[in-house]
Design a protein around this ligand. Structure first.
Ligand code: NAP
Length: 303
């Protein structure tokens, strides 16, 4: 049985049904089982708990062979990266060690490091270090931003209202990967002995600037958008002003700044060579599905 934290998130809703469809028993650790049931149907076992509370973890780990930690405290209204991505993972790593778990797969992020400008990436790195220092057999998976999430964030206002918001100039190349592909790499991370004690950086087949992403969405949706650029100095100021009373939104603003100012590209050629069985999804495919799901006509340009 696999314990998944973050099983109700953007990645989890792809990963949990994917594993379950392969006949792999899954238990999802969630703070909100009712919401989890709605997001995941009733396929997996659900266990209620909060990774910030170590006492809730031991019972959840009974009978567990491997753990996937796909939780995060980053996002609007979320408890923050220190509380979840670092301290929550630390609790989970210690509890998994005591429970004699076989393998621990930590979902981190591409670029995680001690000096990264985003707190999230620094906290991911601290969790990685704690896992590497543990007695567990581990795999660290470092994905890039999820296509499905960004198709929603950037796509919805374009599809519904013909409006687009771009962080900064929008000409910094960013690698996006499909959460569906990441789920497949996590399956390998769970079971492939060759991946033991390795860091697997995963990404998509193309790097797109935010301006190019907007262009792809416009093509898929068959409508042009009025594009507004939010200047980086304004995002820096907003992030500083918001930090004391809205740290979650300040952190997200930091993400917007990173999108326009740091290297977020990735070369997938090595990944393709090592794992030819996983065909990397293109942004256009995800956008096509997204537009079709909103009921808008997809013109011939969506290829
Ligand atoms: N989104 C991206 O573009 C991206 C890019 C690179 C890496 N990642 C990483 O990939 C993983 C999945 O991201 P995502 O976008 O799917 O996340 P998400 O949609 O923001 O969902 C967050 C998940 O974390 C769980 N969680 C939050 N606080 C928790 C706590 N205190 N105890 C237990 N669980 C908690 C939530 O579970 P409940 O609400 O059910 O409790 C939820 O399932 C994360 O580790 C993230 O950092 C994401």
């Amino acid at each position: 049985m696999i314990l998944v934290t973050g099983g109700t998130g953007n990645l989890g809703i792809e990963l949990v049904p994917y594993l379950a469809a392969k006949g792999i028993p899954v238990r999802v650790f969630t703070r909100h089982p009712d919401r989890a049931r709605q997001r995941l149907d009733e396929t997996p076992q659900l266990t209620q708990g909060d990774a910030r509370n170590p006492e809730m973890l031991s019972p959840a780990l009974e009978g567990i062979d491997a753990v996937v930690s796909a939780m995060t405290g980053f996002g609007p209204g979320a408890p923050g990266p220190r509380a979840v991505d670092y301290e929550g993972n630390l609790n989970l790593i210690r509890a998994a060690e005591s429970a004699g778990v076989r393998r621990f797969v930590l979902v981190s992020m591409h670029g995680a490091g001690p000096d990264h400008p985003m707190e999230l990436a620094r906290m991911k790195y601290r969790a990685e270090e704690a896992l590497r220092a543990s007695r567990l057999d581990w795999v660290i998976v470092r994905p890039n931003p999820f296509m499905e999430l960004w198709a929603e964030i950037a796509g919805r206002p374009i599809i519904k209202e013909g409006k687009a918001m771009v962080f900064g100039r929008g000409d910094n190349p960013i690698n996006f990967n499909s959460a569906k592909d990441v789920a497949r790499f996590i399956e390998l991370a769970l079971f492939d002995p060759a991946l033991s004690r390795t860091i697997l950086t995963v990404g998509g087949p193309e790097n797109l600037t935010f301006n190019q992403l907007v262009g792809e969405i416009e093509r898929a949706a068959g409508r042009k958008a009025v594009v507004k650029h939010v200047p980086v100095p304004m995002m820096r100021l907003l992030s500083m002003v918001m930090r004391p009373f809205k740290p979650d939104l300040a952190g997200m603003m930091g993400g917007g700044i990173a999108f326009d100012t740091i290297d977020m590209s990735f070369d997938a050629s090595d990944l393709r060579r090592r794992f030819p069985q996983i065909e990397l999804t293109r942004m256009a495919d995800v956008l096509g599905r997204k537009v079709a799901a909103t009921g808008r006509r997809v013109p011939g340009g969506n290829d």
